[in-house]
Design a protein around this ligand. Structure first.
Ligand SMILES: NC(=O)c1ccc[n+]([C@@H]2O[C@H](COP(=O)([O-])OP(=O)(O)OC[C@H]3O[C@@H](n4cnc5c(N)ncnc54)[C@H](OP(=O)(O)O)[C@@H]3O)[C@@H](O)[C@H]2O)c1
Length: 369
């Protein structure tokens, strides 16, 4: 299978085949060996866990409404999973609410199946970290209900322990009394050993500090905070969250690093995806020209692709991106975001181009202050 390789191999050996960043080593004695996409020391400590500098997101795996999922995609998704794991990725993000209608929980089910059927070394399989999220449904009002939710996720995946148990969102904006049940739920699932570590998602700077302090007082380390973080959602809030994460030793996981697909360069105002994404993209894409032009310029100069540059930007900002992937081609391409780094001038150019672009991604409705 054509693989995207690190550019950490000597440049004399590398032939850049195309803008899809596929390299091969024509006369190298190491031709049959795949250079690693990242070195062991580039792995990231996340509380008690060690994860790859990038993970894959699986929101689309079971979601028909937004992402056009069909069960016929499963064998390709399994190849995506295998390809990722074989190339050193060990972080997969999912949620108990992923999967529409009767397919609710499908993303967790597929991940569990793919782990069980993974043919590689047991050691590699054991290192896989599943980060799932528990929805703050209005009927989940006690910590016990969150423990139950965690057990249900574990059962769907048929795994003993969840890697990271995350709160999907905070209820502080609309049901503050429920918030304590969420926090105590995390404490209880951690104390019962149902999860190796705990994290949050869609928590803003203020609420993040509050939950961090609460959990710390209960003896539970908060290992990760997941927020929308990309060139399309850059703003003061994002940088403030990043600073807080750094000061509290929390890892920031960047979700929607490709702006739901808008930062891939494949969509234009006249070429929109089907369904609700099309409506959103129609509003935002016309204002993205400066950013997409810069992304393309850097991609071409570096023999990379636009998605690779957009994901690499998240890595260079010190975050762990979890791009969503639906096909082997996308997985191969996104793996090519690893093994190299944008220069500081390129980062500045992209930051500037992002500011120049008049439209931003809409913020998640559950995101708190
Ligand atoms: N905590 C939260 O509230 C929250 C919210 C959102 C997402 N997330 C997590 O973050 C993950 C990633 O975010 P996301 O899926 O929303 O958006 P994303 O990563 O910004 O975009 C993913 C989509 O872009 C397209 N794509 C990906 N790689 C591509 C490539 N190389 N070339 C062309 N197209 C490509 C695919 O869709 P098409 O092929 O259909 O264009 C893919 O599904 C999710 O899967 C989920 O795990 C969490």
């Amino acid at each position: 299978m054509a693989m995207t390789l690190s550019n950490s191999v000597p440049s004399a050996c590398i032939v850049c085949l195309s803008a899809s960043n596929q390299f091969y080593l024509p006369s190298s004695p190491f031709k049959s060996l795949k250079p690693p996409l990242f070195w062991p020391w580039q792995k990231v400590k996340m509380g008690p866990l060690t994860v790859s500098p990038m993970g894959f997101g699986t929101w689309a795996w079971g979601n028909q409404l937004l992402w056009g999922y069909q069960p016929s995609m499963d064998s390709q998704l399994q190849q995506v999973f295998n390809l990722a794991v074989e190339n050193g990725l060990n972080l997969f993000d999912t949620a108990d609410s992923y999967g529409t209608g009767r397919l609710n929980g499908q993303s967790e089910k597929l991940l569990g199946k793919f782990i069980r059927e993974f043919q590689g070394e047991k050691r590699i399989r054991d290192e896989i970290v599943i980060a799932t999220k528990f929805a703050a449904y209005p009927w989940r009002l006690t910590s016990g209900q969150f423990v139950q939710a965690c057990r249900a996720s574990r059962d769907r995946m048929q795994i003993e322990q969840v890697g990271i148990g995350q709160l999907h969102w905070s209820t502080a904006n609309y049901a503050p009394p429920q918030e304590l049940a969420l926090w105590n739920g995390l404490v209880a699932m951690y104390e019962k050993g149902l999860v190796k570590a705990v994290g949050v998602s869609n928590y803003g700077p203020k609420q993040l500090v509050k939950i961090h302090d609460y959990l710390k007082a209960r003896g539970v380390p908060l290992c990760s905070a997941q927020v929308q973080f990309s060139l399309l959602s850059m703003g003061e809030d994002q940088m403030e969250i990043k600073d807080i994460c750094d000061s509290l030793d929390i890892r920031l996981i960047s979700y929607s690093p490709l702006g739901l697909g808008m930062l891939t360069g494949k969509y234009t105002p006249s070429r929109l995806p089907q369904g609700p994404r099309g409506l959103l993209f129609k509003q935002i894409l016309p204002g993205l020209k400066p950013l997409l032009v810069s992304l393309r310029e850097i991609a071409e100069k570096r023999c990379k692709t636009i998605p690779q540059v957009a994901i690499n930007w998240c890595i260079c900002k010190g975050t762990i991106p979890i791009p969503g992937v639906k096909t082997v081609k996308q997985a191969e391409e996104n793996l090519g975001a690893l093994g190299w780094r944008l220069s500081s001038n390129e980062l500045l150019q992209l930051d500037y181009a992002a500011q120049e672009s008049p439209r931003r991604m809409i913020q998640n409705i559950f995101q708190t202050k």
